[in-house]
Write a protein that binds this ligand. Structure first.
Ligand SMILES: [Zn+2]
Length: 284
């Protein structure tokens, strides 16, 4: 295996982010073109690219970037796992990909597949820490949740939004808890509380673990905080990307207070859990 092959698995976010530099910010680029011509080397081109990224990391303002965004209609994806489905695939018991899986999340809501603009915006939020994208995506997710009926038939105070938590160590490395930014905005949009009652133990990143081992990697790592509880409420777990669903399921087990090795909800657990992901990785 060569270095180039590492990390080319599906769903892996590509770094650096190439296309978000604003065209108007070309002062640095012009200066580096001269250098390129003098040296006429690939190193020069690489340097220009690096300079563009570091000196002018301007992101298109969210109002402009997301102005024409439209979330997926519910018919476009499986209500159980969030995977993209054809017109007559799925219903009631899930799609071809998930109907044999036991899922703790009663319902899955998404904005779209993890590709194109949506993948770019998630990256801008997560790796460039541009919060307005998280806020805008959160409000979109709140609207999608309302359209899907998350508040229907539930008394006031019966729905709580909670981000899929990040370990404290990862939060410090990243400098942003991006799912928390999205969750807070979704809660504002829905007019419900945003809780921080879940806690996550530090484990290797799911992105560094092969798909087959992700469930084991994350299992049991997300739990209710001491003295915290979701008794009688519907918890909406918010995340940026759903890939295998292992993290969402681990968070659902945590929210329901299900102890390790058990299938039964604990006394402090949620009455039901919904999942809400900005994007869902397309199936292979
Ligand atoms: Zn499905």
């Amino acid at each position: 295996m060569t270095a180039g092959e590492h990390g080319t698995g599906s769903g892996r976010f590509a770094w650096p982010l190439a296309p978000v530099v604003e065209p108007a910010q070309s002062v640095h680029n012009d200066a580096s073109v001269g250098i390129d011509e003098r040296h006429d080397s690939r190193i020069g081109a690489l340097w220009a690219h690096f300079e563009r990224l570091m000196l002018a990391p301007t992101v298109v303002p969210v109002s402009q970037g997301m102005s024409r965004f439209e979330a997926d209609v519910p018919e476009a994806y499986c209500a159980r796992c969030g995977g993209t489905v054809g017109p007559f695939e799925q219903r009631e018991f899930g799609c071809g990909a998930c109907h044999t899986q036991k899922l703790k999340c009663e319902r899955m809501v998404r904005l779209g597949a993890y590709e194109g603009d949506l993948a770019k915006w998630v990256g801008v939020l997560k790796f460039q820490r541009v919060r307005p994208y998280g806020v805008a995506l959160g409000h979109e997710l709140g609207r999608a949740l309302r359209d899907a009926g998350v508040l229907d038939g539930v008394p006031a105070g019966g729905v709580v939004v909670q981000a899929v938590p990040m370990s404290r160590r990862r939060r410090m490395v990243r400098g942003i808890d991006h799912s928390q930014v999205i969750a807070r905005a979704a809660a504002v949009e829905l007019g419900v509380a945003c809780a921080t009652q879940l806690w996550r133990e530090h484990r290797p990143s799911q992105l560094d673990v092969p798909a087959g081992r992700r469930e084991a990697n994350v299992k049991g790592s997300i739990r209710l905080r001491r003295n915290a509880g979701f008794e009688g409420v519907r918890v909406v777990l918010v995340d940026d990307v759903r890939t295998t669903g292992a993290t969402m399921e681990a968070a659902a087990r945590g929210a329901m207070g299900i102890p390790k090795g058990s299938g039964k909800p604990g006394p402090r657990g949620a009455a039901s859990v919904w999942g809400a992901a900005v994007s869902v990785t397309p199936r292979e």
